[in-house]
Design a protein around this ligand. Structure first.
Ligand code: IMP
Length: 424
Protein backbone atom coordinates (compact mmCIF):
# COMPACT_ATOMS: atom_id res chain seq x y z
CA UNK A 1 0.00 0.00 0.00
CA UNK A 2 1.16 3.57 -0.68
CA UNK A 3 2.75 5.49 2.14
CA UNK A 4 0.67 8.61 2.67
CA UNK A 5 -3.03 8.01 2.24
CA UNK A 6 -6.11 10.22 2.49
CA UNK A 7 -9.30 8.47 3.56
CA UNK A 8 -12.52 10.18 2.48
CA UNK A 9 -16.19 9.23 2.55
CA UNK A 10 -17.82 8.90 -0.88
CA UNK A 11 -21.49 9.13 0.08
CA UNK A 12 -23.39 11.12 2.71
CA UNK A 13 -21.14 10.15 5.62
CA UNK A 14 -21.40 7.08 7.86
CA UNK A 15 -19.61 4.93 5.30
CA UNK A 16 -17.49 3.20 7.93
CA UNK A 17 -14.42 5.45 7.77
CA UNK A 18 -13.64 4.76 11.45
CA UNK A 19 -13.00 1.09 10.79
CA UNK A 20 -11.06 1.75 7.58
CA UNK A 21 -8.85 4.34 9.29
CA UNK A 22 -8.33 1.99 12.21
CA UNK A 23 -7.14 -0.76 9.84
CA UNK A 24 -4.92 1.48 7.73
CA UNK A 25 -3.54 3.13 10.88
CA UNK A 26 -1.76 -0.12 11.71
CA UNK A 27 0.73 0.60 8.92
CA UNK A 28 0.93 4.38 9.50
CA UNK A 29 3.10 6.31 11.94
CA UNK A 30 0.99 9.44 12.07
CA UNK A 31 -2.78 10.08 11.71
CA UNK A 32 -4.15 13.56 11.01
CA UNK A 33 -7.78 14.67 10.99
CA UNK A 34 -8.44 17.60 8.67
CA UNK A 35 -12.05 18.86 8.84
CA UNK A 36 -15.46 18.63 10.47
CA UNK A 37 -16.02 18.51 14.17
CA UNK A 38 -18.08 16.63 16.71
CA UNK A 39 -20.77 16.12 14.06
CA UNK A 40 -18.73 13.05 13.09
CA UNK A 41 -19.01 9.76 14.92
CA UNK A 42 -16.26 7.32 14.00
CA UNK A 43 -16.92 3.87 15.40
CA UNK A 44 -14.07 1.45 16.05
CA UNK A 45 -14.32 -2.07 17.46
CA UNK A 46 -10.99 -3.12 18.94
CA UNK A 47 -9.91 -5.51 21.65
CA UNK A 48 -13.52 -6.47 22.39
CA UNK A 49 -14.45 -2.83 22.99
CA UNK A 50 -16.41 -0.28 21.00
CA UNK A 51 -15.11 3.27 20.76
CA UNK A 52 -17.02 6.18 19.22
CA UNK A 53 -14.77 9.13 18.53
CA UNK A 54 -16.07 12.49 17.39
CA UNK A 55 -13.01 14.72 17.34
CA UNK A 56 -9.91 12.72 18.07
CA UNK A 57 -8.48 10.83 15.07
CA UNK A 58 -9.47 7.15 15.05
CA UNK A 59 -5.78 6.20 14.93
CA UNK A 60 -5.45 7.12 18.63
CA UNK A 61 -6.65 3.62 19.54
CA UNK A 62 -3.24 2.37 18.34
CA UNK A 63 -1.16 3.20 21.37
CA UNK A 64 2.09 4.13 19.65
CA UNK A 65 0.74 6.40 16.92
CA UNK A 66 1.00 10.17 16.85
CA UNK A 67 -2.23 12.02 16.05
CA UNK A 68 -3.00 15.55 14.92
CA UNK A 69 -6.15 17.65 14.72
CA UNK A 70 -5.74 20.18 11.93
CA UNK A 71 -6.79 23.81 11.57
CA UNK A 72 -9.61 22.71 9.24
CA UNK A 73 -11.42 21.07 12.14
CA UNK A 74 -13.84 23.03 14.35
CA UNK A 75 -13.05 21.82 17.83
CA UNK A 76 -15.46 21.71 20.75
CA UNK A 77 -12.89 22.05 23.54
CA UNK A 78 -15.25 20.72 26.21
CA UNK A 79 -16.24 17.76 24.03
CA UNK A 80 -12.55 17.10 23.51
CA UNK A 81 -11.94 17.00 27.27
CA UNK A 82 -14.77 14.45 27.64
CA UNK A 83 -13.35 12.32 24.84
CA UNK A 84 -9.88 12.43 26.41
CA UNK A 85 -11.36 11.30 29.71
CA UNK A 86 -13.12 8.34 28.11
CA UNK A 87 -9.90 7.26 26.43
CA UNK A 88 -7.98 7.70 29.68
CA UNK A 89 -10.54 5.54 31.51
CA UNK A 90 -9.99 2.86 28.88
CA UNK A 91 -6.26 2.96 29.55
CA UNK A 92 -5.44 4.78 26.31
CA UNK A 93 -2.91 7.44 27.13
CA UNK A 94 -2.83 10.38 24.74
CA UNK A 95 -0.14 12.46 26.45
CA UNK A 96 2.67 13.35 24.06
CA UNK A 97 0.90 11.89 21.04
CA UNK A 98 -2.22 13.98 20.42
CA UNK A 99 -1.61 17.48 19.15
CA UNK A 100 -3.89 20.24 17.91
CA UNK A 101 -3.24 23.06 15.51
CA UNK A 102 -2.98 26.45 17.22
CA UNK A 103 -5.17 27.80 14.38
CA UNK A 104 -8.07 25.42 15.01
CA UNK A 105 -11.33 27.32 15.47
CA UNK A 106 -13.32 26.44 18.56
CA UNK A 107 -16.97 25.46 18.72
CA UNK A 108 -18.30 27.32 21.75
CA UNK A 109 -21.58 26.69 23.58
CA UNK A 110 -23.25 29.66 21.86
CA UNK A 111 -22.56 28.09 18.45
CA UNK A 112 -24.64 25.11 19.51
CA UNK A 113 -27.37 27.42 20.72
CA UNK A 114 -27.39 29.24 17.37
CA UNK A 115 -27.46 25.89 15.51
CA UNK A 116 -30.64 24.93 17.41
CA UNK A 117 -32.25 28.36 16.96
CA UNK A 118 -31.51 28.34 13.21
CA UNK A 119 -32.97 24.89 12.80
CA UNK A 120 -36.08 25.99 14.68
CA UNK A 121 -36.40 29.09 12.51
CA UNK A 122 -36.14 27.02 9.36
CA UNK A 123 -39.10 24.99 10.61
CA UNK A 124 -40.09 22.24 8.19
CA UNK A 125 -37.23 23.26 5.86
CA UNK A 126 -34.54 22.52 8.42
CA UNK A 127 -31.27 20.95 7.31
CA UNK A 128 -31.45 18.30 10.00
CA UNK A 129 -28.03 19.28 11.38
CA UNK A 130 -26.41 17.37 14.20
CA UNK A 131 -26.90 20.47 16.45
CA UNK A 132 -23.21 20.34 17.35
CA UNK A 133 -22.67 23.99 16.42
CA UNK A 134 -20.77 23.13 13.25
CA UNK A 135 -22.39 25.59 10.83
CA UNK A 136 -22.26 28.57 13.23
CA UNK A 137 -18.61 27.83 14.12
CA UNK A 138 -17.53 27.69 10.46
CA UNK A 139 -19.59 30.82 9.81
CA UNK A 140 -17.74 32.61 12.60
CA UNK A 141 -14.46 31.38 11.13
CA UNK A 142 -15.02 32.68 7.60
CA UNK A 143 -16.65 35.82 9.02
CA UNK A 144 -13.41 36.34 10.98
CA UNK A 145 -15.16 36.31 14.32
CA UNK A 146 -13.87 32.92 15.34
CA UNK A 147 -12.03 31.97 18.50
CA UNK A 148 -9.00 29.85 17.83
CA UNK A 149 -7.13 27.56 20.16
CA UNK A 150 -4.20 30.00 20.37
CA UNK A 151 -6.60 32.74 21.57
CA UNK A 152 -7.01 30.94 24.89
CA UNK A 153 -3.54 32.16 25.78
CA UNK A 154 -4.30 35.85 25.24
CA UNK A 155 -7.32 36.10 27.57
CA UNK A 156 -7.97 39.86 27.07
CA UNK A 157 -8.31 39.34 23.32
CA UNK A 158 -10.46 36.26 23.82
CA UNK A 159 -13.11 37.98 25.92
CA UNK A 160 -13.24 40.96 23.61
CA UNK A 161 -13.63 38.76 20.56
CA UNK A 162 -16.51 36.84 22.10
CA UNK A 163 -18.21 40.09 23.19
CA UNK A 164 -17.97 41.65 19.74
CA UNK A 165 -19.37 38.48 18.20
CA UNK A 166 -22.38 38.61 20.52
CA UNK A 167 -22.96 42.36 20.16
CA UNK A 168 -23.12 42.00 16.40
CA UNK A 169 -25.79 39.30 16.66
CA UNK A 170 -28.57 40.84 18.77
CA UNK A 171 -31.10 38.55 17.10
CA UNK A 172 -29.55 35.64 19.01
CA UNK A 173 -28.12 37.26 22.09
CA UNK A 174 -29.99 40.45 23.06
CA UNK A 175 -32.40 38.82 25.47
CA UNK A 176 -31.14 35.29 25.61
CA UNK A 177 -31.40 33.54 28.96
CA UNK A 178 -29.78 30.42 27.60
CA UNK A 179 -26.73 29.60 29.71
CA UNK A 180 -24.91 28.73 26.49
CA UNK A 181 -24.82 32.50 25.84
CA UNK A 182 -23.33 33.33 29.25
CA UNK A 183 -20.04 34.84 28.20
CA UNK A 184 -18.56 35.00 31.71
CA UNK A 185 -19.23 31.34 32.30
CA UNK A 186 -17.80 30.34 28.91
CA UNK A 187 -14.74 32.46 29.60
CA UNK A 188 -14.19 30.88 33.03
CA UNK A 189 -14.71 27.38 31.66
CA UNK A 190 -12.22 28.05 28.86
CA UNK A 191 -9.68 29.43 31.30
CA UNK A 192 -10.08 26.27 33.39
CA UNK A 193 -9.18 23.94 30.54
CA UNK A 194 -6.63 26.16 28.77
CA UNK A 195 -3.64 24.93 30.83
CA UNK A 196 -4.59 21.31 30.05
CA UNK A 197 -4.56 21.98 26.31
CA UNK A 198 -1.43 24.10 26.08
CA UNK A 199 1.08 21.28 25.70
CA UNK A 200 -1.02 19.83 22.88
CA UNK A 201 -1.00 23.01 20.82
CA UNK A 202 1.35 22.97 17.85
CA UNK A 203 1.95 24.05 14.28
CA UNK A 204 0.57 20.95 12.54
CA UNK A 205 1.91 22.01 9.15
CA UNK A 206 5.50 22.15 10.43
CA UNK A 207 5.16 18.87 12.33
CA UNK A 208 3.70 16.96 9.38
CA UNK A 209 6.45 18.17 7.06
CA UNK A 210 9.04 16.96 9.57
CA UNK A 211 7.42 13.52 9.71
CA UNK A 212 7.21 13.43 5.92
CA UNK A 213 10.89 14.31 5.52
CA UNK A 214 11.81 11.67 8.09
CA UNK A 215 10.13 9.06 5.91
CA UNK A 216 7.18 8.47 8.24
CA UNK A 217 3.91 7.26 6.86
CA UNK A 218 0.95 9.61 7.32
CA UNK A 219 -2.74 8.79 7.20
CA UNK A 220 -5.11 11.70 6.60
CA UNK A 221 -8.54 11.12 8.11
CA UNK A 222 -11.60 12.84 6.66
CA UNK A 223 -15.07 13.07 8.18
CA UNK A 224 -18.56 13.05 6.62
CA UNK A 225 -18.68 12.33 2.88
CA UNK A 226 -18.30 13.90 -0.56
CA UNK A 227 -22.03 14.46 -0.98
CA UNK A 228 -22.01 16.59 2.18
CA UNK A 229 -19.12 18.80 0.99
CA UNK A 230 -20.09 22.47 1.25
CA UNK A 231 -18.83 23.18 -2.29
CA UNK A 232 -19.27 19.88 -4.08
CA UNK A 233 -22.14 18.22 -2.25
CA UNK A 234 -25.91 18.59 -2.22
CA UNK A 235 -25.80 22.23 -1.06
CA UNK A 236 -27.53 23.64 0.96
CA UNK A 237 -28.20 20.19 2.42
CA UNK A 238 -24.54 19.76 3.24
CA UNK A 239 -22.22 20.27 6.13
CA UNK A 240 -20.06 23.42 6.33
CA UNK A 241 -16.61 22.08 5.47
CA UNK A 242 -14.75 20.58 2.54
CA UNK A 243 -15.07 16.89 3.17
CA UNK A 244 -13.17 16.09 -0.04
CA UNK A 245 -9.44 15.78 -0.63
CA UNK A 246 -8.78 19.53 -0.95
CA UNK A 247 -9.86 19.83 2.67
CA UNK A 248 -6.85 17.74 3.66
CA UNK A 249 -4.47 20.30 2.14
CA UNK A 250 -6.03 23.45 3.59
CA UNK A 251 -7.12 21.73 6.79
CA UNK A 252 -3.59 20.67 7.70
CA UNK A 253 -1.32 23.05 5.81
CA UNK A 254 0.29 20.48 3.53
CA UNK A 255 1.16 20.40 -0.18
CA UNK A 256 -0.43 17.97 -2.64
CA UNK A 257 2.77 16.01 -3.20
CA UNK A 258 2.59 14.71 0.33
CA UNK A 259 -0.38 12.57 -0.75
CA UNK A 260 0.31 9.27 -2.52
CA UNK A 261 -3.19 7.85 -2.66
CA UNK A 262 -6.81 8.76 -2.01
CA UNK A 263 -8.92 5.91 -0.66
CA UNK A 264 -12.67 6.42 -0.92
CA UNK A 265 -14.88 4.61 1.54
CA UNK A 266 -18.06 3.27 -0.07
CA UNK A 267 -20.82 1.55 1.85
CA UNK A 268 -22.30 -1.34 -0.20
CA UNK A 269 -25.63 0.53 -0.17
CA UNK A 270 -26.46 4.16 0.65
CA UNK A 271 -27.55 5.97 3.80
CA UNK A 272 -28.21 9.56 4.66
CA UNK A 273 -29.05 11.21 7.95
CA UNK A 274 -30.76 14.58 8.10
CA UNK A 275 -32.64 16.32 5.31
CA UNK A 276 -31.79 16.62 1.63
CA UNK A 277 -32.19 14.83 -1.68
CA UNK A 278 -31.51 11.10 -1.80
CA UNK A 279 -32.45 9.65 -5.22
CA UNK A 280 -32.18 5.96 -4.33
CA UNK A 281 -33.94 6.18 -0.98
CA UNK A 282 -36.17 3.21 -0.14
CA UNK A 283 -39.22 4.14 1.86
CA UNK A 284 -40.55 0.59 1.97
CA UNK A 285 -39.83 -2.65 3.85
CA UNK A 286 -36.54 -3.11 2.02
CA UNK A 287 -35.40 0.25 3.37
CA UNK A 288 -36.40 -0.80 6.88
CA UNK A 289 -34.55 -4.07 6.46
CA UNK A 290 -31.39 -2.24 5.39
CA UNK A 291 -31.71 -0.02 8.47
CA UNK A 292 -32.25 -2.91 10.86
CA UNK A 293 -29.68 -5.28 9.36
CA UNK A 294 -27.13 -2.50 8.98
CA UNK A 295 -27.74 -0.99 12.44
CA UNK A 296 -28.25 2.32 10.67
CA UNK A 297 -28.67 4.70 13.58
CA UNK A 298 -26.47 7.79 13.95
CA UNK A 299 -23.31 7.34 16.05
CA UNK A 300 -23.51 11.00 17.13
CA UNK A 301 -27.23 11.72 17.37
CA UNK A 302 -28.81 8.24 17.48
CA UNK A 303 -31.16 9.33 14.68
CA UNK A 304 -32.41 6.56 12.36
CA UNK A 305 -30.63 6.85 9.03
CA UNK A 306 -32.46 6.95 5.73
CA UNK A 307 -31.47 3.98 3.58
CA UNK A 308 -31.40 3.08 -0.10
CA UNK A 309 -29.60 1.31 -2.93
CA UNK A 310 -26.09 2.08 -4.10
CA UNK A 311 -25.96 5.16 -6.32
CA UNK A 312 -23.20 4.96 -8.94
CA UNK A 313 -23.96 8.41 -10.35
CA UNK A 314 -23.26 10.00 -6.96
CA UNK A 315 -20.20 7.77 -6.56
CA UNK A 316 -18.81 8.79 -9.96
CA UNK A 317 -19.02 12.37 -8.74
CA UNK A 318 -17.40 11.52 -5.39
CA UNK A 319 -14.53 9.62 -7.01
CA UNK A 320 -13.90 12.34 -9.59
CA UNK A 321 -13.84 15.27 -7.17
CA UNK A 322 -11.50 13.38 -4.84
CA UNK A 323 -9.24 11.69 -7.39
CA UNK A 324 -10.07 8.38 -5.72
CA UNK A 325 -7.93 5.52 -7.02
CA UNK A 326 -8.93 2.81 -4.58
CA UNK A 327 -12.09 2.15 -2.65
CA UNK A 328 -12.79 0.35 0.60
CA UNK A 329 -16.24 -1.24 0.39
CA UNK A 330 -17.93 -1.58 3.77
CA UNK A 331 -20.95 -3.45 5.14
CA UNK A 332 -21.11 -5.94 2.29
CA UNK A 333 -22.53 -8.48 4.77
CA UNK A 334 -25.66 -6.36 5.25
CA UNK A 335 -26.69 -7.41 1.72
CA UNK A 336 -26.16 -11.12 2.49
CA UNK A 337 -29.83 -12.01 2.48
CA UNK A 338 -31.28 -9.78 -0.19
CA UNK A 339 -32.58 -11.90 -3.06
CA UNK A 340 -32.33 -9.01 -5.52
CA UNK A 341 -30.05 -6.00 -5.23
CA UNK A 342 -30.48 -2.83 -7.26
CA UNK A 343 -27.74 -0.43 -8.28
CA UNK A 344 -28.51 3.00 -9.69
CA UNK A 345 -26.53 3.33 -12.94
CA UNK A 346 -28.07 6.58 -14.24
CA UNK A 347 -30.70 9.21 -13.58
CA UNK A 348 -33.65 10.46 -15.58
CA UNK A 349 -34.40 14.15 -15.25
CA UNK A 350 -37.62 15.21 -16.98
CA UNK A 351 -37.19 12.52 -19.59
CA UNK A 352 -33.48 13.21 -20.17
CA UNK A 353 -30.98 10.45 -19.32
CA UNK A 354 -28.02 11.46 -17.16
CA UNK A 355 -24.90 9.47 -16.38
CA UNK A 356 -23.38 12.27 -14.28
CA UNK A 357 -24.88 14.51 -11.62
CA UNK A 358 -26.86 17.51 -12.96
CA UNK A 359 -25.31 21.00 -13.04
CA UNK A 360 -27.31 21.96 -9.98
CA UNK A 361 -27.05 19.18 -7.45
CA UNK A 362 -30.26 20.33 -5.81
CA UNK A 363 -31.95 18.77 -8.84
CA UNK A 364 -31.22 15.43 -7.20
CA UNK A 365 -34.63 16.07 -5.61
CA UNK A 366 -36.19 15.58 -9.04
CA UNK A 367 -34.18 12.79 -10.66
CA UNK A 368 -35.50 9.31 -11.09
CA UNK A 369 -32.94 6.53 -10.61
CA UNK A 370 -32.35 4.04 -13.42
CA UNK A 371 -31.57 0.68 -11.84
CA UNK A 372 -29.69 -2.41 -12.86
CA UNK A 373 -30.84 -5.47 -10.97
CA UNK A 374 -28.44 -8.05 -9.53
CA UNK A 375 -29.07 -11.49 -8.12
CA UNK A 376 -28.19 -11.50 -4.42
CA UNK A 377 -25.77 -14.11 -3.05
CA UNK A 378 -27.96 -15.27 -0.18
CA UNK A 379 -25.13 -16.60 1.96
CA UNK A 380 -23.11 -15.20 4.87
CA UNK A 381 -19.88 -13.37 4.06
CA UNK A 382 -18.63 -12.31 7.51
CA UNK A 383 -16.29 -15.26 8.03
CA UNK A 384 -14.65 -14.89 4.60
CA UNK A 385 -11.17 -13.40 4.54
CA UNK A 386 -10.16 -13.88 0.89
CA UNK A 387 -11.70 -12.05 -2.04
CA UNK A 388 -11.76 -15.18 -4.18
CA UNK A 389 -13.76 -17.01 -1.52
CA UNK A 390 -16.65 -14.55 -1.74
CA UNK A 391 -19.84 -15.84 -3.40
CA UNK A 392 -19.77 -15.34 -7.19
CA UNK A 393 -22.68 -12.89 -7.12
CA UNK A 394 -20.91 -10.77 -4.50
CA UNK A 395 -17.78 -10.69 -6.66
CA UNK A 396 -19.90 -9.65 -9.65
CA UNK A 397 -21.47 -6.87 -7.57
CA UNK A 398 -18.11 -5.55 -6.37
CA UNK A 399 -16.59 -5.94 -9.84
CA UNK A 400 -19.32 -3.81 -11.38
CA UNK A 401 -18.75 -1.03 -8.84
CA UNK A 402 -14.98 -0.98 -9.34
CA UNK A 403 -15.21 -1.13 -13.15
CA UNK A 404 -17.82 1.56 -13.35
CA UNK A 405 -15.83 3.91 -11.11
CA UNK A 406 -12.50 3.01 -12.73
CA UNK A 407 -10.92 2.27 -9.34
CA UNK A 408 -9.36 -0.66 -7.55
CA UNK A 409 -10.74 -2.24 -4.40
CA UNK A 410 -8.30 -2.31 -1.49
CA UNK A 411 -10.56 -3.53 1.32
CA UNK A 412 -13.91 -5.20 1.73
CA UNK A 413 -15.47 -5.05 5.17
CA UNK A 414 -17.96 -7.74 6.14
CA UNK A 415 -18.58 -6.90 9.78
CA UNK A 416 -17.76 -4.42 12.51
CA UNK A 417 -14.74 -6.24 13.92
CA UNK A 418 -11.18 -5.84 12.60
CA UNK A 419 -11.07 -9.53 11.68
CA UNK A 420 -14.13 -9.19 9.46
CA UNK A 421 -12.16 -7.65 6.66
CA UNK A 422 -10.84 -8.81 3.30
CA UNK A 423 -7.63 -7.10 2.26
CA UNK A 424 -7.42 -7.16 -1.53
P1 IMP B 1 -23.97 19.67 10.48
O1 IMP B 1 -22.67 19.18 9.94
O2 IMP B 1 -24.22 19.28 11.91
O3 IMP B 1 -24.19 21.13 10.23
O4 IMP B 1 -25.15 18.93 9.65
C1 IMP B 1 -25.39 19.17 8.28
C2 IMP B 1 -25.82 17.89 7.58
O5 IMP B 1 -24.75 16.98 7.53
C3 IMP B 1 -26.96 17.17 8.29
O6 IMP B 1 -27.79 16.54 7.32
C4 IMP B 1 -26.25 16.10 9.09
O7 IMP B 1 -27.07 15.00 9.38
C5 IMP B 1 -25.12 15.74 8.15
N1 IMP B 1 -23.93 15.23 8.84
C6 IMP B 1 -23.02 15.93 9.53
N2 IMP B 1 -22.06 15.14 10.01
C7 IMP B 1 -22.37 13.90 9.63
C8 IMP B 1 -21.72 12.63 9.79
O8 IMP B 1 -20.65 12.50 10.39
N3 IMP B 1 -22.35 11.57 9.22
C9 IMP B 1 -23.50 11.70 8.51
N4 IMP B 1 -24.12 12.85 8.32
C10 IMP B 1 -23.56 13.95 8.87
Amino acid sequence: MEKNIVVVGCQWGDEGKGKVVDLLAEKADVIARFQGGANAGHTIHAGGKKFILHLIPSGIIHREKICYVGNGVVLDPFGLMDELEVLHAEGIDTEGRLFISSATNLVLPYHKMIDSLDEKKRGGNGLGTTLRGIGPAYRAKVGRFGVRLCDLYTPEKLKERMSVYMEMRPEYFSDSRDERADIDKIYDDLMAIAPKLKSRMTNVSIELLKHYKNGKSILFEGAQGAMLDVDLGTYPFSTSSNTTVGGALTGLGIGPKMIDLVVGVVKAYTTRVGSGPFPTELSDDLGLKLREDGGEFGATTGRPRRTGWLDLVALRHACRVNGVEKIAVTKLDVLDDFEKINVCVGYKLRGEKLSEVPLDLSQLWDVEPVYREFEGWMSPTSHINKFDALPENAKTYLGLIADDLGVGICLVSTGARREETIVV
